[in-house]
Design a protein around this ligand. Structure first.
Ligand SMILES: N[C@@H](CCC(=O)N[C@@H](CS)C(=O)NCC(=O)O)C(=O)O
Length: 216
């Protein structure tokens, strides 16, 4: 099977987590960010992740892909979610800060979906419009945004470490780990100890790479 993704995309990470957790033979294919046609021709919409199944058909929607991959061997491992309201509430508060901190940083590190000028220009144009400021301005204002995001992190009080539940992951992990994982690209982020341990444990179980080494 092939999974068409962007490395910075939290929805893609949901699907990649399950493929990694179950050590599946899924080839990751990184589309260029501006290549909208490559998405539309497969699923009729401009969205990743997209899974190409063994029969050649395509499937969109990260959680549907996650469930499909989890059930592929007829032995699903993921437990149901239990914290979706807490996750949604916290994510809504953090979203504007997270966007302003993350978007300019994706342009500053090496990512497979930004391997040509058109891809960078497409992302910069669309996402600077969505945060209402240029990437230069957003990056310059890190000292304003980062303390506010750091202050929100201790409010995440629903995490249970995988090691405290027999390393069995659930849909809360699938939904929320990708957000925390992306924050590792922000130099100076201050994860409370349990969050840092949670990120490291889930990354290790799913084989998802973190950004600590290239944080800016
Ligand atoms: N509901 C979809 C949302 C996926 C989504 O929003 N993907 C974004 C990337 S993070 C996308 O492909 N946007 C189109 C673009 O960047 O041009 C899912 O869960 O898979």
């Amino acid at each position: 099977m092939k999974l068409f993704v962007f490395e910075h995309c939290p929805y893609c990470i949901k699907a990649m987590m399950v493929a990694g957790l179950k050590k599946m033979d899924v080839e990751l294919v990184y589309l260029q960010n501006h290549d909208v046609e490559a998405r539309i021709e497969k699923v009729g919409a401009n969205l990743v992740p997209i899974l190409e199944k063994p029969d050649g058909s395509f499937m969109a929607e990260s959680l549907e892909i996650a469930a499909f991959l989890d059930g592929y061997d007829a032995t699903p491992l993921l437990e149901p979610d239990a914290q979706s309201q807490s996750i949604a509430g916290w994510s809504e508060k953090a979203y504007p800060l997270a966007s302003a901190l993350l978007y300019p940083r994706w342009m500053k590190i090496e990512l497979p979906e930004f391997q040509c000028e058109e891809a960078n220009a497409w992302f910069t144009k669309n996402k600077s419009a969505s945060i209402g400021m240029s990437f230069d301005e957003a990056y310059r204002r890190t000292d304003e945004f980062l303390p506010k995001l750091n202050a929100l992190l201790p409010e995440i009080d629903w995490l249970v470490l995988p090691s405290e539940r027999n390393n069995v992951l659930n849909y809360d992990d699938v939904n929320f780990f990708p957000t925390l994982r992306n924050f590792t690209v922000i130099k100076g982020i201050k994860f409370p100890g349990i969050i840092r341990q949670y990120i490291d444990e889930v990354a290790s179980l799913t084989g998802i790479k973190l950004y600590d080494d290239v944080a800016v």
